[in-house]
Design a protein around this ligand. Sequence first.
Ligand code: ZN
Length: 640
Amino acid sequence: MITPARLLIAALLAAAAPALAQPAPILITADLSEAPRHLYHAEIDLPVKAGPLTLITPEWIPGEHRPDGPVEEFAGLVFTANGATLPWHRDDVNLYQFHLEIPKGVTALHAHLDAIVPARVTPHMAVLEWERLLLYPANTPVRDIPIKPSIILPPGWSVGTALYPMEIGQTPPPNTGINQSAHLSTGTAVMYYATTTVEQLEDSPVLTGQYMHEFPLAPEVTPKHFIDVASDEPRDSDLRPELLAQLSNLVREAGAAYGPGHYGAYHFLLTLSDTAGGEGLEHGQSSDNGVDEGTFRDADHQLAAADLLPHEFTHSWNGKYRRPVGLYQPDFATPQRGNLLWVYEGLTQYMGYVLAARSGLITPVQYRDLLASAAARLDMQAGRAWRSTEDTAIANSVLRVNGAAWANWRRSQDYYWEGELVWLDADTLIRQLTTNKKSLTDFFHVFLGKGGATGPLIVPYDLNEIVTDLNQLAPYDWSKFFADRIDTIQPRADVAGIERAGYRLDYSDKPTRTETTVNTARRGATVIDVWYSIGIRVTNDGTLTDIRWDGPADKARLSPGQKIYAVNGTVFSADALKTAIRDAKGKSEPIHLILQTGTQVTAVDLDYHLGERYPILARIDNTPDLLTDITKPLTTAPAK
Ligand SMILES: [Zn+2]
């Protein structure tokens, strides 16, 4: 439990410390009134002194793990002081830095800038991630730079954010979320927030919209939790009671699994829009989530995104509060090092699905089916023959934005799903070593529980700490356990956890209902699932996007970008392709394809006779079913 008084003290201490180092905060006003036109504006007042000044904007964005700060979106940058425009020039090596010479007698610098915003805005909503608008002194730890934000909203729009709508020293008003704007006098749409730090402001996105709903979650839990939802259609943001009950369960389950939170109040920010773009970005007190407008319409549609909110919420503990030492830099300019992303993201990937199941967002059967899909994909990820999981983590920033062609040979950000399997392996091993007396939950209570409840805080860790904490619970050679699975090239996926849990990865000639539902819910069902049979990813129009290295299609020399024109003498369709795969099973006659490559047409034969193949988890008889244990809720909802 954490009392509001203790929370306030934590917030005051957090905010007061930097204020001593630099008394005057930067004032920043984010003007979102033209958001529907893809324009944000900022007015920034910086305390300065005479002499050379270098300002900087974030480059390495926490949670993105790569140098993609959107400096290219800056436009209209003008600096003024005492009514005069000051010249600036960009650093010709570090493009995120701006150099100025501050004249004698000047103590306040004003910066105006416009940001051209490509995504997360529609005529009815906007999401502000503050790195789009920030400018602050370079070479200073961002946790030591005080900044006081305010926001101008489009008329009639509401706002959801974890920023504190109060001044330090004032009594905090009840956290009213989007209704904050109702407290303003009529006709104004300016929101004022308490002084924070550049580090915390970057971690505090703002969601604003014309059609917004805010729902309290698990109201008996302290601190408070909300989901703030904006949509393009008024009715979409009114979430189903069943979903809200599941999200309340999520709040309870995360608390039971991880212990006290590290936030004043937690806000899930959610956009439902077919044009705002997809997003899932963790923040300590307010994850930024974006999905298509129909995603949470019903249980079938939400299946494909069921782990999104549990995943991003988990990051408040694993990633934001506890962060790998290489991923926590004193500024947003020093490169991040990703070698422990299999903990930051991999453990979160594991728990995202476990919490989704414990909360009722997915069923235990769906949990197992989704795990089968992840394990099979990794097991057939050909690139595992040449690069380790650790290498996918270290190289994450160059793996995030690659195309589909030969992706299985290159590997992608596999540390997410490899981490999921490795942490299932660890969870089941702890249960086995302790004859089911302990589990990963006990590890969380040690690893995540060291500081008790606090306000927003970042405490770095290294692998030694994880190994030490695990050894306390269940003595084992955990260093070797992780080195074998993460640092070493492994030709097969780590299915030891699945098997210790009483299941084995297998293939069936029919997809699971979960897989069919997920494929159908994704708009257009653009990929026909024949990856585990003939080894291609193919869209509904016959275009090949990826070829499985060393699979049947690779052996027949098919290429990404080619288009299947005909199958066994019939014009291409999903049905024609699957019928051909079924008909060739157990026979010697190959599958005949006509392929189009640019303006050329060629005939190719696929020598494949094993029929359709879809991943499943098959129960191993007479073994304990640990997957059912793992997905059981730890809490019960209070009686109404
Ligand atoms: Zn994540």
